[in-house]
Each structure stands twice: as structure tokens, then as C-alpha cells.
Design a protein around this ligand. Structure first.
Ligand code: TYC
Length: 101
């Protein structure tokens, strides 16, 4: 609230620190994509160590799906497209998708 010279009170919004909505980038399991290729994708596109990437890959392999990272929508979409493009190029059926957190 701000008091003006003529004593009228005006509502002022508190300063907002706006965070963008986040999206999960998910990898899906399949029977054909080599484990090594999946680990390479995760290290390359999601800035993970080999150890972290291997854990994520094994999670996808055993559970069917796994999270590679959380990002604002435009970045999540870019990463999804990078994985899809790399998989297509290498002729692997690896699937990648995004979903809101
Ligand atoms: N299931 C694959 C195999 O046994 C490995 C794999 C892991 C594939 C994760 C896709 O997102 C995936 N070669």
C-alpha cells in the first residue's frame, strides 16, 4: 500500500520473483537402442557425468521411463529435439518426451 499526497491509498503489488514453469525431459525404454548410445545422449545433452548418465539409463532400462532433467519449456523442447535427432541419425528407436512438473 502506498500513501499519496492527497491521502488516498493505492494497492501496489509486491515485487515478484517469477520462476518459469518446469518440464521433465523423459527417456523411454525400448529393446533395441544400445545402452552406450543412451549414456552418450544423456552426457552430451543433459550435462551429466558418465556415472550419473549410467544411473539414469539403467533406471529407464529397468523401470521403463526416467527423468534426465527439469528445464523451462523452450529448453526442455530443445533437448527433446536433440535426442530425437541423434536417435534418428543413428537409426535407433529411442524415444524422448517432455511433461510438465
Ligand atoms: N533397453 C535397452 C537395451 O537393453 C537400453 C535402453 C536404455 C534403451 C534406456 C532405451 O531409454 C533407453 N539395449
Amino acid at each position: 500500500m502506498t500513501q499519496h499526497a492527497n491521502n488516498t491509498a493505492i494497492k501496489t503489488k509486491p515485487a515478484k520473483t517469477k520462476l518459469p514453469p518446469l518440464y521433465k525431459v523423459l527417456l523411454l525404454n525400448d529393446d533395441y537402442t544400445p545402452m552406450e548410445f543412451v549414456v552418450d545422449c544423456i552426457t552430451q545433452f543433459f550435462n551429466k557425468s558418465r556415472e550419473q548418465a549410467t544411473k539414469i539409463m539403467l533406471q529407464v532400462h529397468t523401470e521403463g521411463v526416467g527423468v534426465c532433467g527439469l528445464y523451462p519449456q523452450d529448453i526442455a523442447e530443445t533437448k527433446m529435439h536433440q535426442v530425437q535427432q541423434a536417435a534418428k541419425q543413428a537409426q535407433h528407436p529411442l524415444q524422448c518426451t517432455i511433461e510438465p512438473v
